[in-house]
Write a protein that binds this ligand. Sequence first.
Ligand code: FEO
Ligand code: CA
Ligand code: CA
Ligand code: CA
Length: 631
Amino acid sequence: MSARHPDDISFDEFDEINFSRSGVTAFQKITDTVLSRRGFLGKGIAYGTTAFVMGTTSLSGLTGCAFNPEGFRQVDANNFDTITVPNDHSWHVVSMWGEPLWSESAAFDPVTRGTAASQELAVGDNNDGMALFEKDGKSVLVSNNEYVNLKIIYGNRESKKPENADDVRKGMAGHGMTVAEIAVKDGNWGIVKDSPFNRRITANTPMEISGPARGHDMMKTAADPAGVLALGTWNNCGNGRTPWGTYLSCEENFNGYFSSSDDAYKPSEELTRYGVGNKDWGYAWATVDERFDISKNPNEPNRFGYVVEFDPLDPTSTLKKRTALGRFKHENAELVVADNGQVVVYLGDDERGEFLYKFVSSGKYSKVGDNSNLLDDGILYVAKFNDDMHGEWLALTPETTGMKSQAEISILTRQAGSKVGATTMDRPEWVAVHPNKAEVYVALTNNKNRGKKPNAGGDETPVGGPNPRAANHYGQIVRWRPDKGDHTATGFEWDLFVIAGNPTVHNDAYGGSKNVNSGNMFNSPDGLFFDENGYLWIQTDGNYSDKGDFAGMGNNQMLLGDPETGEIKRFLVGPKECEITGYAWSADRKTLFVGIQHPGEKGNSHYPGGGQSVPRSTIIGINRKDGGAIS
Ligand code: FEO
Ligand code: CA
Ligand code: CA
Ligand code: CA
């Protein structure tokens, strides 16, 4: 998600309200240079031709071209209040917010939208990252529940906000994660009620603090004087998974839940860098639990903003906050095992002008050994992109940062990145590693402040490099190749895979790169995933007004990109006012699971129920109508 304001408008919308169109920049030159650069983008010139032909074809509505071995017909942009997939595919709802996980759970009540008690036993709200695990022929789907839509979950209240303690606790229970066994029944996937795998993790589930920050003074609170046990996880955005069978869940906008009962309280710089202040975003959690009151518990926010690891196939497993991976507004955690066995995790900090990171483990992955503490010890690096298309990973250590300890770096990671001069980025969202070669992609979703305003730490945000447009409201996807194909290397070569834009409105850099055309255009790339064939799935969380600079883009969508040719094709369009986020495959590759988050966030959707029903975030399954594998 983008951060939510007290009035529950998205940051992306906030962007648009405040967006002041910049003048023409030297950007086209940069774009041309980037896209025609030889080597990495050896086929860059071909992008334009291929993509243009595709655009023409899809505009005529006649047919699409084969894109992957199975091929599909490009879906046109639209504003429908439903899912659109290619004609030879179908979709169905697998799970949705408020759906019971156990027989004793109350059915979803569209009038009250549930209670704290019912929500604790039901699927959480706003599903985001997810992963499917298999055990003994059973399929267990883990999904993040990023936040709750105040206007929807409290739609029964006049204020559209929590009005009593039970309301607040309902909101807390709507956050976290949902673990649910799913199975096919009558042709469609759905939740298996009462499965021993079913589990809810919420804002109150105890979890261990692990890694360098464990027990540090900044982690100690009145309730946990040892600084080793945190309660809960929230704003779980993107995810990752490990080859040793665990799930990684990433805490993103953790700040919006804290407030101060004392208006005169002055939060420390350590807190303000992370956006923690005296007002929360409307969740009112401090009204039921003092740990959310920063004037009384100033260290509590230091215990959030981490990557959480656990084994979803063991319902009694303990969750662990892996502080070695740093504290920031984590998007996802893309893990790859380097050739030498060290584990590398790529990590984005989704805030305007914040940084891109990677963690390299000290230990090595072993197929037969114990990998349970690999993510506790290693070196955290932050990315510096140079204009000459090279870049470097800068180690964050006491020596390089001047900070006191690795523990302090693990807690105040943004500050550490600033100290070494990391490159301020246009909101790094998901990172995806190519399955067949050493190449990594990151979605930079947008940044209205680029070239206009420094980040919260005062670091400048100059236009250039991987962030080539001022007041960037469309976003881009950057990729890099580690030196010698080694993910542990500290050097890399980068370029841009796509610069989103609207070529029907702009003929400068805001028209996008050559692989964007009137037929496939989109804004604000967010989710990124590689399939096993090496195609790149792109999900968007952007402006869905379909007007002005966004005319012709329709609702948020999912596209498929070919890293070799630059070709990009739209595969799915979501319902009104949603974003598309989260991705998983069934073991037989016949079902592609996709997340539909916050449909109707402004009050204009009845997806998926239709009629006058309450809009609900869902996970859907997509199948080919002929029953074959999709990829
Ligand atoms: Fe929750 Fe940056 O997306
Ligand atoms: Ca979201
Ligand atoms: Ca986003
Ligand atoms: Ca996101």
